[in-house]
Design a protein around this ligand. Sequence first.
Ligand code: IMP
Ligand code: MG
Length: 176
Amino acid sequence: MEKLKLSVYISEEDIQKKVKELGQKVTSRLKGKNPVVVCILKGSFVFYSDLIRSIETDLECEFFGVSSYHGNTSSSGEVKVTLDLSHPVEGRDVVLVEDIVDTGLTMNYLKSTILSRKPKSLTLVSLLEKPEALKVPCELDFVGFKVPNDFVVGYGLDYQGYYRNLPYIALVQNFQ
Ligand code: IMP
Ligand code: MG
């Protein structure tokens, strides 16, 4: 694997604090409902597992696998579905949980795919957003941190499959 030069960008402590806040926001929107909370694989699985434990309402977990980066650091714009939801979401309150919105292409694809299945409501949550990188408009309901147009890894985010297990988010220093 390629060894990257990293610097801590968002500490473990700051992430945990933010995730609790996001959990409270989702709770206030969906308290008393039984939402289906969807983990977008692979990147969001770490954030997702912390977030669901901060949501105080009865919920179901679902997993939706997409691949949009193909191991590179710039988005290809293509979205490949690697794992579909295991149940229909028609009539359900659905929450989509992403790690990062970069160009917005993946989130837009996911949004239209889920909306075509006629949920009762759809809430979009992302831990990170790169507003300068957006290529298509992408309105999120809840965002953790806005980050500059640099490459970050850790807390689920990878570079060529590695670095997902860092407990913090790191900025990659040696990128052109
Ligand atoms: P988008 O379609 O360009 O918005 O890309 C979204 C996906 O690209 C995310 O779900 C991530 O998996 C990946 N991605 C975008 N930026 C980064 C980054 O800085 N580090 C790691 N993965 C990223
Ligand atoms: Mg992702």
